[in-house]
Design a protein. Structure first.
Length: 310
């Protein structure tokens, strides 16, 4: 089969029928460029289009294949047609094979990923650090908490954390520490928690919450209470704190904390006898962030809530 002869026959017959290349292209559902390449002998029409092309031009398939009018089917033409069909089909088969292999590889990777995810979710992984992550409330939840925490002129700060316990941590203790411009002045243990891992209800993920009422309360004396669970410590019995409760206070707290094995982690710092009042979130990662001597102004103090490794 000769692509140039077939192309010349297509061009001649198209013109005889008064068709443009675009009109012929629309009849056989191909592009104008495809028709142009046929007529120039650059490409041979796909065998799957021969029936539509012969109907559009009023030629037989044999005439199109041979490139001559009046051509009758014979063995050589049939062999050439089969050979052409194989040549045209080969790149398509190769392309489909590549697509099939690509799809199979992607499917295998997806299955491996899902299997890895399942194993990851169902395998107990080593937990080397004890980590606290702040529980962030929605705007509506925070508004409700603020409403409940403001009573009789006192405002209570509510701190809530998700506590992830390290594998070798047997417990923790919560302490309050009073720092002045001279350094650490006093400290109080507020709670001491021991883990019993043999207990079937033990969970590495636990909730840690504390509530700090701050305000005038009854009379003129400020009341400050640190509490965790059912154990509470009352600052109004801590004589060393009282001189610093005359003016404003500031609160800064950790949104995330890694509990250092030696120094613990700061959960919240209450600045006492400050000239301003307010709340700040700080990033405290694995360090104590304790005030150093000389960093606090004389006459002010910092009351710090810390969680220590036990």
């Amino acid at each position: 089969m000769d692509a140039i002869k077939t192309g010349a026959l297509i061009a001649q017959t198209r013109k005889e029928k008064g068709l443009t290349q675009r009109e012929l292209a629309e009849k056989v559902y191909v592009s104008v460029q495809a028709v142009s390449k046929w007529e120039l002998g650059k490409n041979f029409p796909d065998l799957s289009l021969m029936e539509h092309l012969s109907d559009a031009l009023g030629l037989t398939v044999s005439e199109l294949l041979a490139g001559e009018r009046g051509e009758q089917p014979h063995d050589e033409l049939v062999r050439d047609t089969l050979r052409l069909g194989e040549e045209q089909l080969r790149p398509k088969i190769k392309r489909w094979r590549e697509l099939f292999i690509t799809a199979a590889v992607l499917l295998a990777l997806a299955l491996m990923g899902l299997a890895g995810l399942w194993v990851d979710q169902h395998t107990v992984k080593p937990q080397r650090e004890t980590i606290l992550e702040e529980i962030v409330l929605t705007e509506n939840e925070q508004a409700m908490v603020d409403l409940l925490n403001f009573q009789n002129g006192d405002y209570s700060y509510l701190g809530m954390y998700n506590l992830t316990i390290a594998d070798d941590m047997d417990g923790y203790r919560i302490a309050a520490e009073l720092w002045t411009h001279e350094g650490l002045k006093n400290s109080w243990n507020l709670s001491n928690t021991k883990f019993f891992r043999e207990n079937q209800s033990f969970s590495r993920e636990q909730l840690l919450a504390f509530r700090i009422p701050i305000g005038q309360g009854e009379g003129s004396r400020y009341r400050i209470r640190f509490g965790s669970g059912t154990v509470s410590g009352f600052a109004d019995i801590f004589d060393s704190v009282l001189p610093y409760l005359d003016n404003g206070s500031t609160i800064s707290y950790a949104s995330r904390a890694v509990v250092d094995r030696e120094h613990g982690a700061v959960l919240m710092e209450l600045g006492l006898n400050e000239e301003r009042s307010g709340y700040w979130r700080t990033q405290i990662l694995g360090t104590t962030n304790d005030p150093q001597p000389g960093t606090l102004r004389e006459g002010t103090a910092a009351l710090i809530l810390k969680l220590y490794w036990n």
